[in-house]
Design a protein. Structure first.
Length: 318
């Protein structure tokens, strides 16, 4: 793969939903409806170009993104910018404190006006990054991150990936332009039973990077998170306000410890202007296990009963 001089462009746009949308994450039939924004949600875009090769990375502070939305956004970006859809990576952070954005029965109803608006915002961010292409330099490394993540199924014996994949893109004069960081852990550091919109720990890490390396835009790519949470969680529904405060402290602690370990590596990266870019698109089908109807009915009844014992309308935001 031949090397060529790198060009890069970045943009970010606020994709925070309106209050009143249903939220997704932490469990089915929780009836969580957003009433407050703890921190805004963003879409961040990084356009990379070297010679004839062009790539777009688009990261979202969302739990997931449906295939129909992904395809519609990629098609429109392709039409406006001439970029092949298979060269477009759209990735969600998997925060559990955002709106329902993908069809998952029981995990929040999608707000269709928000989804239509979201499509336009993502295309707008991609087009803006393309318009801002500038000569750039790139460097990448891997950094071990200790003390982040716990296997929720096997806390002492379960596998845990402690590697952070890091990339820094600078302008030609050495000014930071973008950072891409990849760590595998669910976006579940916030307390589950609240109605506050938040990008969770990946959003706080992004804010920390952007504060430390201005004016860089920080893009988070979720890793193979599997059963890995950022820290041990509490699903207790007693003393909600206190548990919410404790979870917020833990979220900040996860973000701070992550930044403390990856920022020295990011600052020490050597970058180069001549790079080789490439993209591979592969569609993978994952088989689903057909549930036992009786077991499924019991699960639904148990979750509905649990939801009825404590209404989220009784919770008060901090």
């Amino acid at each position: 793969m031949p090397q060529a001089t790198l060009q890069a462009g970045v943009a970010q746009i606020d994709i925070t939903p309106p209050m009143g949308v249903e939220m997704s994450g932490y469990g089915p039939y929780e009836k969580r409806v957003a009433t407050e924004v703890l921190d805004p949600l963003y879409a961040r875009t990084l356009w990379l170009q070297a010679g004839e090769e062009r790539l777009l990375i688009l990261t979202l502070d969302l739990i997931s993104i449906g295939r129909a939305v992904r395809d519609a956004v990629a098609h429109e970006i392709s039409q406006q910018c001439g970029l092949p859809p298979e060269n477009i990576l759209i990735a969600a952070s998997h925060t559990h404190s955002g709106p329902a954005t993908q069809l998952m029965i029981g995990w929040g109803e999608r707000d269709q006006p928000y989804l239509r608006r979201l499509e336009g915002l993502l295309v707008e961010a991609a087009v803006a990054a393309h318009a801002r292409l500038t000569p750039a330099r790139l460097g990448a490394c891997r950094q071990r991150v200790q003390g982040i993540g716990v296997n929720r199924e096997q806390p002492t014996l379960g596998p845990l990936d402690t590697a952070a994949q890091l990339m820094r893109i600078d302008r030609a004069d050495g000014t930071p332009l973008a950072v891409v960081y990849n760590i595998g852990a669910h976006g579940v550091a916030r307390y589950p039973y609240t109605r506050r919109i938040s990008a969770d720990w990946p959003g706080l890490v992004a804010a920390g990077i952007e504060d430390a390396l201005p004016p860089a835009v920080a893009l988070f790519l979720q890793g193979c998170l599997g059963n890995i949470n950022a820290h041990a969680m509490s699903f207790e529904r007693r003393d909600v306000i206190v548990r919410q405060q404790v979870a917020d402290m833990r979220t900040g602690d996860v973000a701070m410890r992550t930044c403390e370990q990856i920022l020295p590596a990011l600052r020490g990266l050597e970058t180069q202007a001549e790079v080789a870019l490439g993209a591979v698109w592969k569609e993978i089908s994952l088989p689903c296990v057909r549930p036992d109807p009786a077991a499924l009915t019991r699960t639904i009844e148990e979750n509905l009963a649990a939801a009825m014992r404590l209404s989220l309308a009784d919770l008060r935001p901090l």
